[in-house]
Design a protein around this ligand. Structure first.
Ligand code: ARG
Length: 314
């Protein structure tokens, strides 16, 4: 460390919470799908009420702000072509689970979403990723969370326990079983967020007693979220190690994140919440080092999505 950097750290240490200067962002690569055909046409989770009106234009505007937030943080966003008749396709996180240049494809539990899986597999293949075909039900990053060297894999409502063996076989990493118990928190990514190598945030009542004990044992610094933040899907957030993009309504969680030295980036996705989805649901992360070679065949270099920035401070 240079003398100047050292001096700056000492000044910061005097004026800011200790952890703040340590949080490092890293460039991320995401897949998103514009909610052109978003609506609530059926109910496959307790958040969905098909009789309640949905403003698709507002959903698109809100989603565009989420995409803009990622781009302003320097992240790369690949776009999946939205398809008519697949109103939940905006929830790209469910389309696969990707680590390195391998993916486990999705096999949706509900027939109304099964058409999304081949679209994801096609895009990922075009991005140079080898997609393994699933046998058991799994909804991608909905129930699987990459925890830097291992995968947290939930079951209870959507992914089948048998999907864990497929994860282990595809990625050759340890897979940790977790059990969800509250139908409102039907996917892992609405109940727990991995913020960095050491830190998770979670809503304890969404998990079985055994799973709660495991989480606390492994992550003694875990941020426990209360019902107010959980019920606006505050945990359905996306971290780059420093910035945490989260529901604007999750104000208590934003405060807790700031105290820990993270930088909350609030985004309002109120229309998408009507389908039981939020920030993370809209975002499939490709857990691989971002390189200029990973260009997007649908949006080649030269578009905003192709740009790489290294200055991640905001
Ligand atoms: N309506 C969608 C469903 O129930 C919401 C999916 C949200 N996605 C997620 N990753 N939690 O399948």
């Amino acid at each position: 460390m240079s003398t100047t950097t050292h001096a700056r750290r000492q000044v910061l240490a005097a004026s800011e919470p200790a952890a703040r200067d340590d949080r490092q962002a890293s460039l991320r690569e995401y897949v998103m799908c514009r909610p052109d055909h978003f609506t609530v046409a059926y109910a496959i989770n307790p958040w969905m009420d098909p009789t309640r009106p949905v403003d698709t234009a507002l959903a698109i505007d809100q989603w565009e702000l989420l995409r803009a937030a990622y781009l302003s943080l320097g992240h790369r966003v690949h776009l999946l072509e939205p398809a008519a008749g697949l109103p939940d396709m905006v929830f790209a996180a469910n389309g696969a689970f990707v680590v390195g240049d391998r993916a486990l494809g999705a096999r949706f539990r509900e027939p109304v979403r099964t058409g999304e899986a081949p679209a994801h597999a096609g895009l990922l293949t075009a991005l140079g990723i080898d997609v393994a075909a699933p046998t058991a039900v799994n909804e991608g990053e909905g129930d699987f969370a990459w925890a830097y060297g291992r995968v947290l894999a939930a079951s209870g409502f959507r992914a089948e326990p048998a999907a864990r063996a497929e994860l282990a076989a595809t990625f050759a990493v340890p897979v940790v079983p977790l059990e969800l118990v509250d139908p409102r928190f039907y996917h892992l990514d609405v109940a727990l967020a991995v913020l960095d190598e050491r830190t998770v945030a979670y809503y304890p009542p969404a998990f079985s007693a055994e799973s709660r004990a495991w989480i606390l044992g492994q992550f003694p610094d875990a941020i426990e979220v209360g019902p107010a933040d959980a019920m606006v899907l505050g945990l359905n957030c996306v971290s780059d190690g420093r910035h945490v993009v989260l529901a604007a309504q999750a104000t208590e969680l934003a405060g807790l994140l700031s105290e820990r030295g993270f930088v909350p980036v609030p985004v309002d996705l109120s229309e998408l919440l009507k389908a039981g989805g939020g920030v993370k649901c809209c975002t499939l992360e490709l857990h691989r080092p971002v390189s200029p070679a990973h260009s997007d065949p649908l949006h080649p270099l030269g578009s905003a999505e192709g740009s790489i920035r290294t200055d991640l401070e905001i």
